[in-house]
Structure formats: C-alpha cells, structure tokens
Design a protein around this ligand. Sequence first.
Ligand SMILES: [Zn+2]
Length: 255
Amino acid sequence: MPLPSLARLRLDAELAHWASADRRPGLWWRDDDARAATPALERLLTTAAGLPLALAVIPDGDLAGLAAHLTRHPNVTVGQHGVDHLNRRPEGQPAGEYALDADPDHMAVTIQAGWRALTDHGLKPAFYTPPWNRLDAPLPGVLIDLGFTALSAWPGEAGEHQGLARRDAEIDLLRWKGGPRFRGTGRLLGQLRAVLERRRVFGSDEPVGLLTHHLVHDEASWRFLAWFIPYARDRFDWPPAAPVAAADVTARQAA
Ligand SMILES: [Zn+2]
C-alpha cells in the first residue's frame, strides 16, 4: 500500500532509537463490540494471524456461536464490554451505559449477569472494558467488588485503581465524528511514533494499545491493518492479551 513516506521513516527512526538502547516496545491489541461470529470477525482473526488479540465482547449476542468459533483461535483473550452497549445518557452528554446517578448495586447486578452469560458459554472474561471507555466513579469499585482484576479503557480516563490492573488502548484506528472511518496512515503512524517516544524517554515498558472495531472498518482500515500487523509482528513484543488471571466474579445476590 502507498505510505506517507515521512511518517513511516519517522516511525522507523523511533524504533531504531529503541533498538540502539537495547529495548523493544510492546504492542497490545484490543478490538471492541463483538457479539457473534461474523465475516468481519473472521477477517479480523485472519489479519491477526495468531498474534495476541484482546476481544471486548458485549455479553448479549450469539455467545454460543462466538465461543464455538473462538475455540479455533487460542490467541484471543475475551474481555467483557459492558452489558448491552446502550446509551442511557441524555442527548448532549458523553455516552454511557449507566445514568450519572446510577445505583452501584444496580451496576453490579447487571455487570454480573453479563459476566455470567459470558462464563456460561466458556468465554470467561479476563478484563472489563466499559463502552465508550466511560469510567464513572463507581465503576472501578463495583468491578473490584465483583472480583474483576483487570480494566482496559482510554489512557487518562481515570487513575490507578488498587486491585485492578490497567491496560489501555490509545491508538484508535478509526475517527468517529460524522461516522466511523479510517483515521489515516500518516496520522496513525505519527501518533504511534509520539507514544513510543514518550515511553522511551520516560523509561516506560507499558505496551502501546491499538484499538480497533472490526464491525465498522471501512476498506481503508482493513488495508492499513493488512500492512501494519505484519510490519509490527517482528518490530514489537506482543505481550499476552491477558495481563492477569481471568476475573473470578464472586456470587452476589441481587438487591
Ligand atoms: Zn464499544
């Protein structure tokens, strides 16, 4: 594919800085919104070609079909992506599954039901990702009470939460305003280079997070991934998609 040569050269130069410091950056890949096995999911898994992929699953779809499909893809780690991905916020507010004044007990009951649906289908989630990365104040505490041990959102959405490992995704393949579409190769490579430079300068070993949404990729998005994933395969370390043990949600009675 034709590439903006400057962005590619700058990224290569940044990676050369890492190599000359005897370091190798990590890359972590999270894809959101799976509900079922679909042709788009198959295309994503083909693109991943066995590399670790964290799949954030909405627990209200054809989970049996999804689970059956994923048995052939041991590189995939499932996370729980909310409960139903419905926006319950008034127009003009940032989207979120829960009202701003939602009762934490109600959140816990609904999240646990989603966890149960995934787990009953053999898709026990290793992490939680709130839809729209909306990390309201009660949510981390609710997740900790339920037994979740890992959380993935957007960097800076909230600070550290004791008891919850964080692994975030900050390189978004898509732009969303006016409808999802490919963000652009030059822009993505530029963002990746900038994140890598910060990690290198500050001595951070945290993997860079790539965020994709397979159900709404346009052809330009797929073309980029078909180039970028093989490019990144040998230039990055690919840590396991699950940084911690699978969540073990404790039994909790509905209020
Ligand atoms: Zn989502």
